[in-house]
Design a protein around this ligand. Structure first.
Ligand code: ATP
Ligand code: MG
Length: 588
């Protein structure tokens, strides 16, 4: 490709609406252009990268025995009614009506469609196992599309679905996908860690996320906190929404401070610190209450006050699909008390305002609450708390682990301290079991002629997010440093002065020879200053550059490696040999 013909516009500045580096660089280097919030044009360079990621995914999925197909992007409401997800998926599901008034949606994922495919196509156990996948655009009307391709509304995903006749079969399909995933990400130049995760709206019991770890805790691109154990024999790793830990024993019996139940004045103690200081007690004998609105129902969550709530865990504990914390004004309206003074006693009597659903408040308590005695809670009256409280003093809550793990707490598997880092989720695998097959009556006949629901797994990879994650991991202040396997082109040939006949002759010859050898080459034939061409070359991130400048008068060119910045002076033939040798694994 001649640079003068390549459809790419690099920018001098970073776009003002971009926060993370992959978004900034992909826009500035001309890879993507925004069409609408969270919706991007993949420009020619980007499309080459995406096709390379897709092909790596395709090769490894095929090698693992999966078969590619393509399902429709638009899906009928009926299928989602059958699975029961039409009403629970939330606003991310983009719903629309056709001219006949029939409900449709844009596919955010394809469990329903694939289950209908299996229901029609698989009649006998003899046809199992089967693993079907596709690579396609998905649409999710994300609350906060941001970070460019890392969190778009429209994005490209590979989604695969396995069908088995036994749990062991599912486990094998799952393990095969786990192996393929490591290979896929490794080939894309990304080291990943498989971490235990929450299954969210997809459902199922066992699931793992493949995280590209970002050490820098300031880097927002890693939207997930990943807790992990450094013990080599252990390897525990989990998303914060799923992580558990073992706590050190602490003082949880407040008997020595409060021997009897009573209401006390606690003026202006709106924070846990202020309350503990005022009562001269450790935070560990305060039971903290927090009000959430989950699927528009009011939920009170309780936890030992030195610990923090994990929102996804709270949401799962009450079986909701969406959750947010209540605003201070809502607390006033519901409890007649301000923030810091609400509590679980007598909340059966609290009248639920009409704007919310449900007729009573669900109370969910963290496991840390179980051991506590003679503790402190808010009195649902501003500036007042109850002290000397025990669990029997209020209605029995649902007990569940709703605690956010903290760095340094002990690993649940081996007891060593846990560490935390940021991660970008590039892939996710789930053991779904029979959730969809039962709901949608997708069955086959077993050896005894009895109908059985399929045992399913599903496996996603964000193709566009993986490409963006590669930029997060591989860049410097000058631009992108693509891993060779997914770079849009392998080599950029830069003649310093296109008016110089010898330079142009050598550059053209190298271009022809390399192209014929199957190397993907760009020849920067633009009539621009060398500095401009070098800048673009580094910004765009070609893995190798061959510069043909004045030294060609001595028969030499410069060969430069983008990744390391190393360069050497070689004869053009040597540069050709070197490049073709290095690129052997990547040339078709
Ligand atoms: P997240 O938690 O980041 O919102 P998810 O868990 O909802 O993602 P999955 O349903 O597991 O996503 O989808 C499979 C894969 O698709 C993810 O692992 C991720 O790589 C990719 N993906 C999901 N949502 C987006 C998005 N909005 N933009 C780009 N890629 C996405
Ligand atoms: Mg996921």
């Amino acid at each position: 490709m001649k640079m003068s013909r390549l459809f790419v516009q690099t920018l001098r500045e970073f776009p003002s609406d971009a926060e993370v580096i992959s978004h900034k660089l992909l826009v500035r280097a001309g890879y993507i252009r925004k069409l609408a919030q969270g919706v991007y044009n993949y420009m020619p360079l980007m499309w080459r990268v995406l096709k390379k990621v897709e092909n790596i995914v395709r090769e490894e999925m095929d090698a693992a025995g999966a078969q590619e197909m393509l399902m429709p992007f638009v899906q009928p409401e009926e299928l989602w009614q059958e699975s029961g997800r039409w009403n629970v998926y939330g606003k991310e599901l983009m719903r629309l009506k056709d001219r006949h008034g029939r409900g449709m949606c844009l596919g955010p994922t394809h469990e329903e469609v694939i289950t209908s495919v299996a229901r029609e196509g698989i009649k006998s156990y003899k046809q199992l196992p089967v693993n079907l996948y596709q690579i396609q655009s998905k649409f999710r009307d994300e609350v906060r599309p941001r970070y460019g391709l890392l969190r778009g509304r429209e994005f490209i995903m590979k989604d695969a679905y396995s069908f088995d006749s036994s749990q062991e079969g599912l486990e094998k399909s799952y393990a095969d996908m786990a192996k393929a995933y490591y290979k896929i990400f490794e080939r894309c130049g990304l080291e990943t860690k498989a971490v235990q995760s929450d299954s969210g709206a997809i459902g199922g019991a066992v699931s793992h996320e493949y995280m590209v770890l970002i050490d820098d805790t300031e880097n927002n691109a890693g939207e997930n906190d990943v807790f992990f154990c450094k013990n080599k024999n252990c390897g525990y790793a989990a998303n914060a929404n799923h992580a558990v830990s073992v706590l050190e024993p602490v003082e949880v019996d407040g008997t020595k401070y409060f021997s009897e139940f009573k209401k006390v004045d606690t003026p202006n103690t709106t924070t846990i610190e202020e309350l503990a200081e005022f009562l001269k007690i450790p935070q560990t004998i305060i039971l903290k209450s927090m009000i959430y609105v989950a699927d528009n129902k009011i939920v009170m969550a309780l936890i030992r006050a030195d610990k923090t709530f994990e929102e996804t865990k709270v949401m799962n504990a009450v079986g909701a699909n969406e959750i947010r914390s209540a605003a201070p004004s809502e607390l006033e309206a519901i409890f007649g008390a301000s923030k810091g003074f609400v509590g679980p006693k007598d909340i059966e009597q609290v009248k639920i305002p009409e704007d919310y659903e449900g007729d009573k408040i669900t109370v969910v308590a963290d496991l840390t609450a179980k051991e506590m005695k003679n503790f402190v809670i808010g009195a649902n009256e501003t500036d007042k708390h109850f002290v000397g409280v025990n669990l029997s003093d209020f209605a029995q809550p649902i007990f569940a682990d709703i605690r956010l793990v903290e760095k340094g707490e002990k690993c649940p598997d081996c007891g060593e301290p846990l560490y935390v880092t940021k991660g970008i989720e590039v892939g996710n695998i789930f053991q779904l079991g029979t959730k969809y097959s039962k709901a949608m009556n997708a069955v086959y006949l077993d050896e005894n002629g009895k109908t059985q629901p399929f045992i399913m797994g599903c496996y996603g990879i964000g193709i566009s997010r993986t490409a963006a994650a590669a930029v997060e991991r591989h860049h410097d202040e000058h631009g992108i440093k693509w891993p060779v396997s997914i770079a849009p082109y392998h080599v950029d040939i830069v003649p310093v002065n296109i008016q110089d006949e010898l330079q142009m002759k050598v550059a053209n010859e190298l271009y022809e020879k390399l192209s014929n050898a199957g190397v993907e080459v760009v020849l920067d034939d633009r009539d621009e200053r060398a500095g401009v061409k070098f800048k673009d070359s580094e910004l765009i991130g070609f893995p190798y550059r061959i510069t043909v400048g004045k030294t060609i008068n001595d028969g030499l060119v410069e060969f430069k490696v983008r990744e390391t910045g190393e360069s050497e002076t070689l004869k053009p033939e040597e540069a050709f040999e070197k490049v073709t040798e290095i690129l052997k694994p990547y040339i078709k």
